[in-house]
Design a protein around this ligand. Structure first.
Ligand code: IPD
Ligand code: CA
Ligand code: CA
Length: 261
């Protein structure tokens, strides 16, 4: 895909942050003996990755606004555009030496997502999308899957951890969904869950309690790959509500009906 200048700078930033994270990921295994040591190290790796992304994007487009997980938001001189960045999505996987985490970068213009990059350095998978231009994995065009039967479909979600209040809702979702489908996965990186729906690897994904930086890039990827994304609350905004249902067009109605109960 011949990306725009903005997309190219986003890819450059994701690769640079990815290189730094890969180096740190190799260190993580050595630090597992002391869990505190590994936790502090990973927080530093996360902050360093955000600084790399921020330096590259803000140097290229000094007027744009900024929202990143690890730093304060900035309203740009151009209030119509902002970057939305999660420098390391899948932190718990990273901390445990599991190679499933990503850098996620989105660009919003006038309230619309217009460009998206999700980079998984461990698998060298670069997912990109631009509004109206489709979604791509490395140099291949992406389409959501065309499975139409729930019983053949697999879904991903995020299971609430550390006493989060939404556990009963998710258990109810699972009780309704599991008997109807081929399985549910919990891989631990929301950005990659959405990228995998775009790539047709799962038929659908849902999760509550998410932040904009977890999902901004992934929402555009799924839509540009021909899938649907909505907030769990039917009329709420998908990006800001933080509760998402995403899926291929064929199963979306049945799947979203099950999740909404
Ligand atoms: C988390 C991951 C995880 C999801 C959590 C997120 P982080 O992001 O995306 O899959 O279940 O809700 O907070 O903390 O690894 O950037
Ligand atoms: Ca995240
Ligand atoms: Ca993060």
């Amino acid at each position: 895909m011949q990306g725009s200048a903005n997309l190219n700078v986003m890819v450059k930033a994701a690769r640079a942050a990815g290189r730094s994270l890969v180096k740190d990921f190799r260190e993580v295994e050595n630090l597992q003996v002391s869990s505190k040591g590994a936790g502090d190290f990973v927080s530093r790796a996360d902050v360093a990755a955000e600084e790399i992304v921020r330096d590259i994007l803000m140097e290229a487009r000094p007027n744009y606004g900024w929202v990143g997980e690890e730093s304060d938001a900035v309203e740009g001189n151009d209030p119509t555009r902002r970057w939305i960045v999660d420098p390391l999505d899948g932190t718990t996987n990273f901390l445990h030496g599991l190679p499933h985490w990503a850098v996620s970068i989105a660009l919003e213009h006038k309230g619309e997502l217009v460009a998206a990059v999700i980079f998984d350095p461990a698998k060298d998978e670069m997912f990109v999308a631009e509004k109206g231009q489709g979604a791509w994995l490395n140099s291949s065009r992406l389409r959501v899957s065309d499975r139409r039967q729930m019983i053949e479909s697999i879904f991903a979600t995020g299971l609430p951890f550390a006493g989060r209040a939404d556990l009963p809702e998710v258990l109810q979702d699972l009780a309704r969904l599991l008997p109807t489908c081929a399985g549910v996965r919990r891989y631990g990186a929301a950005a990659l869950d959405l990228a995998y729906v775009a790539a047709g690897r799962y038929e659908g994904y849902w999760e509550r309690g998410l932040n904009e930086w977890d999902i901004a890039a992934g929402i555009l990827l799924v839509r540009e790959a021909g899938g649907f994304v909505e907030a769990v609350e039917p009329r709420a905004d998908a990006l800001t509500s933080g509760s998402l249902i995403a899926g291929n067009s064929a199963i979306f109605e049945t799947f979203s009906g099950l999740i909404r109960g």
